[in-house]
Design a protein around this ligand. Structure first.
Ligand code: ADP
Ligand code: ZN
Ligand code: ZN
Length: 842
């Protein structure tokens, strides 16, 4: 079959594919998933081949000049067929332009030099064997292609691997090599040049050395080098090494093996010499190397509840089918340990795994644990997140695509990791908002994970101490399987949570301080006992509101309807939505009065206050202002984890996942202000945050205590968080959602119409309203158009329609119609923003 044309997705905000002709020379090389350079309007653009076409699509008239692909960028298609399918699903479900979906999936285009290599496959080896007249003869049967055979032989000589350039020297051209690949005799892979790094020595048990050990150790019984004083001890030592290398961990870097097996280097060297062990060199990442140095992951035996969760996971994966499990484990119940073993299992089955975490900081911890567990045996773990440089990200991406890494740890977009043969997807802290991308395509990585698991016939394992209402509802319904870890590991108690009523506090002290008397005493106790305190505040900056006391005017951003945040150290006002900056006003911009008043404490203010109240303490702050790079992050977290700090103050990024053992006090300052937000998820978000942060206390041997300062002590989100009663909260919140017809009882979509010119925004909302009105009430409710809660954002005026439907298919259809309608009425695509399953209605 020949395909003279193909459809290409381009990263432009259009919902269509573009047809190009495939020039003769590329006829066999272009495949679905290949990146290509194509002419688009006046420019050259990078696109992805989505489908091959035998004839021109029906809509395209033959007289239209179809342009040629300029260049093929990948010898091996960047995207697998499964990822193309996934992209198409995302485009349809989230109504996102397909090219923009692909853009999020592809590695960054960098000038990373890629070297191409040709590998001999098992089938290729087979072919060599078959072509020989007999085992030993160098002659070959006459009817096979001599150049082809020459290449195969050459490959076999070179340990099955040749550079592409050398392969061509055997008389083959690129097209013939491609053909050979399609027949399965060779594999062409691309590797990032210069990805050869510093190496480490890895030790493995030699499979074919059964029994050798014991015998060999006996022979040496007479030796007096101290190490071998006792034959029983030797045997035990060998057994330990054998267990570690064969069953528990697999091949290990020598430094780790020495630690885990508690033996001296001499013992290992001897076993190597005797052929019981083997070793080889493997590359290590210099940055990771530094972070990993001296780290040995804890090797816990699973407790009964962890064991039974793992058993359920195994039973499920053994089926080799799609499934979703929700691991509902209280904070500190040891979920990570279960994840790692589930990944280990997947690898042992010859599969690959993705571990999604909500924060870049967590990729550091989990990445390190994964490297320690799997790094050696499976040639690698890749870490993918947005803070990597383009070059580093491209390098990691291609390592995954080329099968060099079989475990991917990453944030949201790592769900698109180009792993083949996926055997497990883990979504840790599945309730986290950071899994939702708040720009086109507005996908939710947890939901995409489930769809990908379905497409790849595998298991999605969601984990959380505070599952999202949606996921827990699905578990209650039997749609997901619920696995529970009800208690903390090692019989550790949950932290005790107390409320500090700020209204009372004010009555008594007539002062507003971000640090209540109770919190002050608590911190003092920590310092006296040499334990650590973690103080969480919901906003960064110094004060998040600037008001005039004389006329009441608030200083708003000139682009957004939101108040500016005062940053004292930088001595300016910043808008946290659009990033614009103003100088700090000395007088009211409206009435010129001098009574400008800053209020609402942010993290910067809190840090200053703590330094004043506890001058001797070692204090650091962690928020987006202080931790701009991975290194800063690592340093501060590392310092706190090692006990070099007494107090760590910061924003939500502190609340999740971290496992600090010295923390006995967690203080929460102002985290309840989210309760007053006009958002149906406000209670859920507050409850989750408080429970998560409470989970940071008392993770070591010392008991933890949590103080929540609040103006709403009687709110059920606070009350349930105090009791750490997830089910109680779930039941109450579910009632509310049902009454108000919110998710999980309805599907929701937010359609925002926006423009810098108010009149245009109004005009388009009216037009769109004409489309929506006839649909309203037919299995769907349409609310709006109304001014969006953030009526102005980044200079644009915003109006919104809220769509609610008990039937998702109805909603998707109406939204699809709306897109077509906009096109027909020439409402620009950029003016209409569709957010399916929105997390926030702002
Ligand atoms: P979670 O993610 O559920 O909050 P973690 O996975 O961070 O909990 O585990 C909490 C702590 O318990 C970690 O320090 C971990 O090393 C330790 N841990 C895990 N499993 C066990 C176990 N079976 N026995 C003792 N400690 C364990
Ligand atoms: Zn004023
Ligand atoms: Zn702004």
């Amino acid at each position: 079959m020949s395909f003279p044309y193909c459809n290409v997705a381009l990263a432009v905000p259009l919902r269509t594919l573009f047809t190009y002709a495939i020039p003769e020379g590329l006829a066999t090389a272009v495949q679905p998933g290949s990146r290509v350079l194509v002419p688009f309007r006046r420019k050259a653009m990078v696109g992805v081949v989505v489908e091959m076409l035998e004839t021109l699509p029906a809509g395209v008239q033959s007289e239209v000049k179809i342009r040629d692909i300029t260049k093929l960028l990948d010898e091996v298609p960047a995207l697998t067929p499964k990822l193309i399918e996934l992209a198409q699903w995302i485009g349809g479900y989230y109504l996102a332009p397909i090219g923009e979906v692909f853009r999020g999936m592809l590695p960054p285009v960098t000038d990373v030099k890629v070297v191409r290599e040709v590998f001999l496959t098992d089938a290729g080896r087979e072919a060599i064997a078959q072509r020989r007249l007999d085992e030993s003869a160098p002659e070959f049967v006459a009817d096979c292609d001599p150049e082809e055979t020459k290449l195969l032989l050459r490959l076999a000589e070179r340990k099955g691997q040749l550079s592409f350039a050398l392969a061509l020297k055997s008389g083959m051209d690129a097209a013939r090599l491609q053909k050979l690949q399609r027949r399965g005799l060779v594999e062409i892979r691309e590797r990032v040049a210069g990805s050869a790094r510093k190496t480490q020595r890895v030790i493995a048990w030699k499979e074919k050395a059964p029994g050798v050990t014991v015998q060999h150790e006996r022979e040496r019984e007479g030796e007096h080098d101290g190490e071998h004083a006792d034959a029983g001890a030797n045997e035990a030592r060998c057994q330990r090494i054998r267990n570690l290398l064969l069953t528990e961990r697999g091949p290990l870097p020598i430094s780790q093996l020495l630690k885990l097996a508690r033996v001296s280097r001499g013992v290992i060297e001897r076993m190597l010499r005797d052929g019981v062990l083997e070793s080889w060199e493997e590359p290590v990442d210099p940055a990771e190397d530094e972070f990993d140095a001296g780290y040995t992951p804890p090797a816990h035996e699973l407790n009964v509840q962890q064991e039974s969760a793992l058993r359920a996971i195994r039973e499920r994966t053994a089926l080799g089918e799609f499934g979703v499990q929700l691991l509902f484990g209280v904070t500190g119940s040891g979920k990570t340990e279960v994840y790692l073993r589930a990944v280990q299992d997947a690898l042992a089955r010859g599969k690959t795994a993705i571990v999604l975490v909500p924060e870049i900081a967590l990729t550091l911890w989990i990445g390190r644990q994964c490297r320690a567990w799997f790094g050696a045996r499976f040639e690698g773990v890749a870490v993918l997140h947005s803070a990597l440089s383009d070059v580093a990200r491209a390098r990691e991406w291609w390592r995954v695509r080329n099968g060099e890494a079989r475990v991917v740890v990453g944030t949201r977009s790592a769900i698109f990791a180009p792993l083949a043969n996926l055997g497990l997807i883990i979504v840790d802290e599945e309730q986290e908002n950071s899994y939702k991308q708040e720009e086109t395509p507005r996908y939710h990585a947890r939901d995409v994970a489930i769809v990908r698991a379905k497409m790849e016939n595998t298991l999605a394992l969601l984990g959380s101490a505070t599952p999202s209402l949606e996921s827990f509802y699905n578990a209650e319904n039997g749609k997901y399987e619920l696995l529970t870890l009800a208690a903390r590991v090692a019989d550790r108690a949950m932290a005790s949570v107390e409320v500090v009523d700020l209204r009372e506090e004010f009555q008594r002290t007539k002062q507003t301080s971000p640090i209540s008397a109770a919190l002050h005493v608590g911190i003092q106790e920590c310092l006296a006992n040499m334990t650590q305190a973690l103080i969480l505040i919901n906003r960064r900056g110094y004060s998040w509101s600037v008001l005039c006391r004389s006329c009441g005017a608030a200083v708003q951003c000139e682009n957004c309807s939101i108040s500016m945040t005062h940053h004292k150290q930088r001595n300016r006002l910043e808008c946290h939505y659009c990033g614009s900056i103003q100088s700090v006003p000395l007088q009211c911009p409206k009435c010129q009065s001098k009574y400008v008043y800053f209020f609402g404490e942010g993290s910067e203010h809190l840090e200053e206050r703590l330094r004043k109240e506890f001058p001797g303490a070692r204090i650091a702050r962690l928020d987006r202002d202080t931790a701009r790079t991975k290194r800063q992050f690592q340093e501060t977290l590392g310092a706190f984890a090692s006990g070099a700090l007494d107090i760590l103050v910061g924003t939500q990024m502190l609340a999740k996942g971290h496992d600090f053992h010295g923390v006995t006090l967690v203080g929460v300052v102002g985290a309840d202000s989210s309760l007053s937000m006009p958002d149906f998820r406000a209670a859920e978000r507050t409850f989750q945050l408080l429970t998560q942060v409470a989970g940071r206390a008392g993770r070591g041997d010392l008991k933890g205590r949590v103080l929540i300062q609040t103006f709403y002590p009687e709110h059920y989100a606070i009350q349930d968080a105090v009791r750490q009663d997830y089910r109680g909260f779930f039941d109450r919140e579910l009632q509310f959602r049902k009454m108000m017809a919110y998710p999980p009882f309805t599907a929701l979509a937010n359609v925002i119409v926006r423009d810098v010119v108010l009149e245009r925004a109004i005009q388009w909302s009216r037009l769109l309203s004409e489309y929506f009105v006839p649909h309203d009430g037919k299995g769907l409710r349409v609310l709006g158009p109304a001014a969006a809660p953030l009526a102005r954002l980044k200079k644009e005026h915003r109006f919104q329609f809220l769509l609610k439907s008990a039937k998702r298919s109805v909603m998707t259809k109406v939204l699809g119609g709306a897109m077509a309608y906009c096109e027909a009425k020439e409402i620009p695509q950029t003016a209409v923003l569709v957010d399916v399953d929105p997390l926030s209605l702002m």
